[in-house]
Design a protein around this ligand. Sequence first.
Ligand code: FAD
Ligand code: MLT
Ligand code: ZN
Length: 527
Amino acid sequence: MNNLATRILSSSSLPTPSLVASLSSFLSHRLIITSHRQQTFVRHVSTGVPELTKDRYKDVKRGNYTKLDKDHIDFFKRLLGDHRVITDSEECSGFNVDWIKSVRGYSQCVLKPKSTIEVSKILSFCNANKLAVCPQGGNTGLVGGSVPVFDEVIITTSLMNTISSLDDISGIAVLEAGCILENVENYVNEKGFMMPLDLGAKGSCHIGGNVSTNAGGLRLLRYGNLHGSVLGLEVVKANGEILDLLSTLKKDNTGYHLKHLFIGSEGTLGFITKIAIQCPPKPKALNVAYLGVNSFEDILKTFKMAKSNLGEILSSFELIDEKSLDVVSTYYGMKSPIGIYPFYILIETQGSNLAHDEEKMNLFLEKVMNEGIVLNGTVTNEDSKMKSIWALRERITEGLLCDGYVFKYDLSYPVKEFYAIVEDLRERLKDPEVFRICGYGHVGDGNIHLNICLKEFSQEILKKIEPYVYEFTSARKGSVSAEHGVGFRKPKYIHYSKSEAAISLMKDLKKVLDPNNILNPYKVLPQ
Ligand code: FAD
Ligand code: MLT
Ligand code: ZN
């Protein structure tokens, strides 16, 4: 191990060799980490199914769509072959329930196209026959957008997973929509590049799903969002027309930038089939620090100092509160390597010169500790230990499912108000049914994930939380959906973040692109 690889710091003393050794063995033996995140999802996610969406959310009515019949199925089978048209109820069931088990549709048909032409033929047929469809990628979305509300035909990208090209000079990759993010990451890593986005769901989510939700993730602070990294798209319109916007150019100001309409449109404006994306070079030097602090004020101070001291190498600045860490401790036996604190900060740096980056990190850590802002911490550049620390943050999402039912909110605020909603709700929601209110998230992007856990779904508790959370957010000029999207769960709350004029223009665009409203109905826009 490099002598700077693992260091432990406390406000009263700087690193000593014995502490280095004890921390090192602690990390190797106590923290559980798996490199195949998808496997852990399967093992821990609750096996119960939620009640049907049509029964739980009675105010949403099925649109006047055609009901699927044998002739439709026969058409799909002629087009795709029997094996790529799933009609068996048991087989369809997994495609009907979302990842956090909050909504459930009852589609009796899942289609598995292998090419853009097939998607085009499916949509053209569905449009002509007024059959509603639900595009689906890895089904890891957190707002109920990826599964049908009623009986919409599901079109999954699971068999559209070719990495078409990677330019070894520019790092621009062209990918089919169904490529799993982690597979692409591994592929581009081998060629000296990295994907500009990373998230806890990377073992399951598809790049098409990421683009459709404009997923943010853990390094948006450094690499920006997908409106910047995605250079071009191939999209199939609702009527089956193929729209070739697959530019691989960095600069292309010819006319309106149509790709932006589809990034983050959650399958309501078009079906994304291919993506051209700019991959940055893989960093040569990585450092991860895990720090304990007493208050949110101290998080802000640390963030300010991290930005000015770490500058261009800062790639992530994440917050975990005590009750969030308790999730991974309780369910996965993963303990904080530095003891218990009200708040933890995970800082990552990515650069090209290890000595330079470590010097910067050390100076920064000395400053925040000497000033008494950070109380304790550990920093490492060893791969397995960095993964162990990242797991403390990334596995909270799946761990929360073990609590029972989770009301999940994805909010953004001016950074000073980042944590206020968690404190406010703890005061407001003193209900014995609610046993956890926790917050974690991307401080660097002003994006907090508020989670409220109870044994099972409760309409009464829901009424106490919504619309309150959205009113609170709107009053602070925040966003009711920072990165997960609107999906099924938030259309009626979109006005808390967007003006009437903006929503009206969105509705006009929807009418132009999908006049029969067959693409992912009941999602994003209020009915
Ligand atoms: P799905 O869930 O299948 O679909 C998402 C939406 O996109 C749906 O509306 C669907 O209809 C639409 N869609 C999918 N594919 C297409 C397509 N080809 N064309 C048109 N529409 C399509 N999100 C973040 O932003 N940041 C995070 O850090 C983050 N972390 C996560 C961690 C975990 C453990 C989990 C479970 C989720 C996390 N998410 C995060 C949520 C995030 O939105 C998804 O993980 C991901 O972006 C969705 O990709 P997917 O392939 O699973 O899409
Ligand atoms: C995250 O940052 O971990 C994700 O957005 C998922 C979540 O909200 O739990
Ligand atoms: Zn997030």
